[in-house]
Design a protein around this ligand. Structure first.
Ligand code: UT7
Length: 330
C-alpha cells in the first residue's frame, strides 16, 4: 500500500502590508468593523508592476526545494491551484516550471477557487498512489489584489496575496493523505464570480465601464453555504475516520472569515487552540490559505498528528480531508 505524504513546505508572502487604517482611507470602513465581522488586521499585497501569481509561486517552490534538499530535475509534476493565473493561457504552472528548472516535470493549473489546494492535494495523492510518480509539488497561489475592487468596501478588506507549496512523496508507512470528501455543486455562480473576461462575456469597453472584471460576492449567502458545507464535510470526514476532539491535533480551515472558522470548530467541539489561524495577518489568499497555514505552523506539527483540512469556495466547491502528518521539523 502506497501512501502519499507531505515531506516539506515552502511559502511566500509579498512585503507590502495593507492594514485596516490604510483601507479606511480608501473606502468607508474601519478597523473595528473589519476585526469583528471578518477578523483581518492586515493583508500582503504584491504591488510591484509586472509581477503576477507565478512570481509568488516560484518563490514558494524555490524555498520548498531548498528546505527539502530536492534538485529541480527530481520533481515529476507540479499541480498549481489558482484563480488568478498570470494569463488565460499558458498555465501559470508552465511559467513556474520554466523559472524554477523543473525540467522533468509536467505541470498544470487547477481551478477550484478557494478549495483549489484541497482538490490539488487529492489529485497529487492519487498520482503518487498510482506508483508512477515519486515527487509532486502542490502549490496554492493567488494574487487576489489583481481582481479586487478597491472602491467596494464589501469585498476589498477580505482578500490578500500569497503562495505556498508542499512536496508530496510516496511512503509505505502509515502517514499521509488518508481520506477526502470533496464536492462541487454549480450553485455558486450568481453569488461569487468575475462577471466578464471569460468566453461568455469577453472584455469590451462595456465590461470595463461596468466594472465587470472585479470579484463579485454576495457575502451573506456565501457565508451561510460556507459554514454549513465546511462543517458538514468536517463532521463526515471525522466521523468515518474515528476522529474526535481528543485525537484531532489540528484543523486547517480556509481563512475567509474568523466567524466561519469558529463555527466549524464549534461543530467539531474543538477548542480554537487546535485551529490554525493566520487570517488576521494575510486575509483570504484563496488557494494559498491552507498551505500558508501549514507553512506558518510547521514547527508546531509532529509526526503522527491527525489533521483535518477544510475549504469552501466559488462554484461552489468545498470539502474536507484527513491526513496524518509525516515528519517532525528539525
Ligand atoms: O473565500 C471564498 C468564500 N468567501 C467567504 O467565505 C466569505 C463569506 N462572507 C463573509 O465573510 C461575510 O458575509 C462578509 C465579511 C463578506 C460580510 O460580513 P456580513 O456580516 O455578512 O456583512 P453584510 O454584508 O451583511 O453587511 C452588514 C452591514 C451592511 O450595512 P447595513 O445594510 O446593515 O446598513 C453593510 O453595508 O455592514 C456594512 N458593511 C460594512 N461596514 C463597514 C459592509 N462592508 C463594510 C465595511 N465596513 N467594510
Amino acid at each position: 500500500m502506497i501512501n502519499a505524504v507531505i515531506t516539506g513546505i515552502g511559502g511566500f508572502v509579498p512585503e507590502y502590508v495593507l492594514n485596516n487604517d490604510e483601507l479606511s482611507r480608501m473606502v468607508d470602513t474601519n478597523d473595528e468593523w473589519i476585526m469583528t465581522r471578518i477578523g483581518i488586521k492586515e493583508r500582503r499585497i504584491l504591488n510591484e508592476e509586472g509581477l503576477g501569481t507565478s512570481y509568488m509561486a516560484r518563490k514558494a517552490v524555490k524555498q520548498l526545494l531548498e528546505r527539502t534538499g530536492t534538485a529541480p530535475e527530481e520533481v515529476d509534476a507540479l499541480v498549481l491551484a489558482t484563480t488568478t493565473p498570470d494569463y488565460h493561457f499558458p498555465s501559470t504552472a508552465s511559467i513556474v516550471v520554466g523559472r524554477t528548472g523543473l525540467v522533468n516535470a509536467y505541470a498544470f493549473d487547477l481551478q477550484a477557487a478557494c478549495s483549489g489546494f484541497l482538490f490539488a492535494m487529492d489529485v497529487a495523492a492519487g498520482l503518487i498512489q498510482s506508483g508512477r510518480y515519486k515527487k509532486i509539488i502542490v502549490c496554492g497561489a493567488d494574487k487576489m489584489s489583481s481582481m479586487v475592487d478597491y472602491t467596494d468596501r464589501a469585498t476589498c478588506p477580505i482578500f490578500g496575496d500569497g503562495a505556498a507549496a508542499v512536496m508530496v512523496e510516496p511512503t509505505e508507512e502509515d502517514y499521509g493523505w488518508k481520506d477526502a470528501y470533496l464536492r462541487t455543486d454549480g450553485k455558486g455562480l450568481p453569488f461569487l464570480c468575475m462577471k466578464a473576461g471569460g468566453s461568455v462575456c469577453p472584455p469590451s469597453y462595456f465590461t470595463i465601464d461596468h466594472r465587470m472584471h472585479y470579484l463579485h460576492q454576495e457575502g451573506r449567502t456565501v457565508f451561510k453555504f460556507a459554514v454549513t458545507n465546511m462543517s458538514d464535510a468536517c463532521a463526515l470526514v471525522a466521523g468515518r475516520n474515528g476522529l474526535t476532539a481528543d485525537n484531532i491535533a489540528w484543523v486547517v480551515p480556509h481563512q475567509a472569515n474568523v466567524r466561519i472558522i469558529e463555527a466549524v470548530a464549534a461543530r467539531l467541539e474543538l477548542p480554537m487552540e487546535k485551529v490554525m489561524l493566520n487570517i488576521q495577518r494575510y486575509g483570504n489568499t484563496s488557494a494559498a490559505t491552507l498551505p500558508l497555514a501549514l507553512w506558518d505552523y510547521e514547527k508546531q506539527l509532529h509526526k503522527g498528528d491527525n489533521i483535518i483540512l477544510t475549504a469552501f469556495g466559488a462554484g461552489f466547491t468545498w470539502g474536507a480531508a484527513y491526513m496524518k502528518w509525516g515528519y517532525d521539523t528539525k
